[in-house]
Ligand binder design. Structure first.
Ligand code: AMP
Ligand code: ZN
Ligand code: FE
Ligand code: FE
Length: 288
């Protein structure tokens, strides 16, 4: 009997706020013993091509992204993340939304830097942009500047309430989550709600919203994730079963910007096959 496939459907490269290049990421995924890896950089597909070009034999690549979304049903609106798999990156409306969010992230990053500077903290926006090296800019890049300046020791500390977690936290101009689900579907993609119960990161949405999103085309929920407690994972699983949604588990690997390892959480073969069956945008890629 062959060993069950090892499937990790949520990772970040230097195309956003991970620390491995897309090529290094797929090589690391193979070295970690994965059979399938999804590249899901924040609000961009720019890592797809270099990941495909470097794909090692025996590894299947799922091309994806993690969309910065917001639910406007409460005041203030709640930010959330939507994983999108195998969508057509050329679909104009979705591509335009992603470009808009990337620009908004840069403006927001620059405003965070100005807030820090106003308090006498010596960080520079040009240095942070250089650190992002053309990838989607996020708070982990600002966290690195705080570490370089000797103000905090770790990324975790930089995300604490004294820094980027609260005092110097500014909202992004995210995509309305219902619009995001519709755009991903229209682009032939498969939308999965990332870490929906990660209360340790901030406010979470009520289950009633997930019911509405399922009716609007959401395909699945990410249950196994390091930011979910065992009870939260079980809750997500039960909700998915009730709503007929597929369930994933993934590492949300960010290289050295986080401690989690590739393959730390994985997705079952059944859920993976359903994602592939539902997709109409692009196909999984396996190197020949
Ligand atoms: P942003 O997208 O700019 O709002 O930054 C959020 C990113 O920072 C997400 O991709 C998270 O993976 C990462 N992040 C959030 N909280 C933490 C934390 N406590 N430690 C390390 N990374 C974090
Ligand atoms: Zn990230
Ligand atoms: Fe996320
Ligand atoms: Fe992520």
């Amino acid at each position: 009997m062959s060993a069950p496939a090892r499937i990790d459907l949520h990772t970040h490269s230097t195309a956003s706020d991970g620390t491995l290049s897309p090529a290094e990421l797929v090589r690391a995924a193979a070295a970690a013993g994965l059979d399938v890896v999804a590249l899901t950089d924040h609000d961009t597909t720019s890592g797809w091509e270099p990941a495909v070009a470097a794909l090692p034999p025996g590894l299947t690549l799922i091309r994806g992204a993690e969309l910065s979304c917001r639910w406007f049903g409460v005041e203030p609106a709640i930010p959330l993340h939507l994983l999108a798999y195998l969508f057509d990156p050329a679909e104009p409306e979705l591509a335009a939304e992603l470009a808009r969010v990337r620009r908004a992230r840069e403006e927001r990053g620059e405003r965070i830097v100005r807030l820090l500077q106003a308090d006498g903290i010596r960080v520079s926006w040009s240095e942070i942009l250089a650190g992002a090296a053309g990838g989607t800019v996020g708070r982990p890049h600002i966290a690195q500047a705080l570490i370089r300046a000797g103000l905090v020791a770790t990324t975790t500390e930089a995300f604490g309430p004294r820094w980027l977690g609260e005092r110097y936290r500014l909202p992004k101009e995210d995509i309305d989550v219902f619009r995001a689900v519709a755009l991903v579907r229209a682009a032939g993609g498969v939308p999965v709600f990332a870490h929906p119960r990660a209360s340790r990161r901030g406010r979470i949405v009520p289950d009633e919203l997930i019911v509405d999103l399922a009716a609007a085309g959401l395909a699945g929920l990410e249950a196994d994730h390091e930011d979910h407690s065992p009870a939260e994972r079980e809750h997500v699983r039960a909700l998915a079963a009730e709503l007929g949604l597929l369930v994933t588990g993934s590492s949300d690997f960010h290289g050295t910007h986080k401690t989690v390892r590739l393959g730390a959480f994985t997705t079952g073969a059944g859920a993976y096959e359903r994602i592939v069956e539902l997709a109409r945008g692009v196909t999984p890629v396996a190197s020949s």
